[in-house]
Design a protein around this ligand. Structure first.
Ligand code: OAD
Length: 264
């Protein structure tokens, strides 16, 4: 008899998870992970942020130098969106998978929804909306709660408490390098995993998207995405579902597989 946890999965995935146990699971997430919490993605149809806004005007060092109030206002709007959002059952399931099975979580997201669901070790490849820092000396800044605002609001960035420079968003912009230590940690996680779960990314932004290719030959790669995505050539299983729907089912089955012999 198949247990309910496995019956809820697509058959090829249920077959895989019932054939062996996975001890080093890594989840690689993108903006679609937070879509079910009401945070817009960048490229999903007409709702994507990059349909409404030009990344060259908002998410590059040149944009920042050209018009800091515009850029700061846009990121404060986004910080407000995230602060008002709540983690969904998929975030909660991944936090449980980390707590109970030591899963690694590598994200391109700059929100804190994985952490607010209970994950304690999240690798943020593209930085964080909640880690602003001085543009000159790098001193981290404490910000008050974000103001209620709109994406076109102009806000003057605050000044650093240590030097006369301004505070900038703690995210990685187009044209900037990813933090080497962060890339190194993400790479080690992925290269050592024995199951890679890719969720909610279009796989179009490098070098982050290229990291999924570091999974060793023969390591099963599962993609969860309601749409077709060109994430990686090494995807073995495509589950056309959302993060909020699929991840609780997946985690339930993985934890059941890890704790009991469910083949009966
Ligand atoms: P994208 O907006 O490019 O892709 C989001 C993906 O999520 C798409 O493939 C959607 O089909 C999928 N998706 C939508 N809803 C979903 C749901 N409910 N559950 C699961 N998947 C869903 O976002 P990213 O791939 O994360 O970079 O974008 C990568 C980078 O581009 C971002 O980190 C950001 C952006 O410019 C920087 O800011 C540097």
């Amino acid at each position: 008899m198949t247990s309910p946890a496995f019956a809820a999965l697509p058959t090829p995935l249920a077959d895989l998870l019932s054939s062996r146990r996975f001890g080093r699971i890594v989840v690689f997430s993108g903006a679609g992970m937070s879509e079910d919490s009401g945070i817009p993605t960048f490229r999903s149809g007409s709702n994507g942020l990059w349909s409404a806004f030009d990344p060259q005007q908002l998410a590059t060092p040149e944009a920042w130098h050209r018009d800091r109030a515009l850029v700061w206002g846009w990121y404060e709007w986004r910080r407000g969106l995230v602060a008002a959002a709540r983690p969904h059952p998929g975030h909660v399931a991944l936090a449980r998978l980390q707590r109970e099975a030591g899963a690694g979580i590598v994200t391109q997201n700059v929100d804190d929804l994985h952490e607010r669901a209970g994950a304690t070790d999240v690798v943020h490849l593209h930085g964080s909306l909640f880690a602003p820092r001085c543009e000159t000396c790098g001193t981290p800044a404490q910000l008050p709660p974000p103001p209620a605002g709109d994406p076109a609001q102009r806000l003057e960035p605050p000044r650093c408490e240590r030097c006369p420079a301004l505070i900038r968003p703690g995210v990685v912009w187009f044209g900037e390098s990813l933090e080497p230590a962060v890339v190194d940690k993400a790479s080690r996680h992925i290269a050592a995993c024995d199951l890679l779960v890719i969720v909610g990314t279009s796989g179009t932004v490098y070098p982050a998207a290229g990291l999924v290719a570091l999974a060793a030959d023969g390591v099963p790669v599962l993609e969860i995405n309601p749409q077709r995505a060109e994430v990686a050539s090494n995807v073995d299983f495509r589950w056309r579902s959302t993060a909020a729907q699929a991840l609780p089912l997946l985690v339930e089955a993985l934890l059941e597989a890890g704790t009991a012999d469910h083949k009966c």
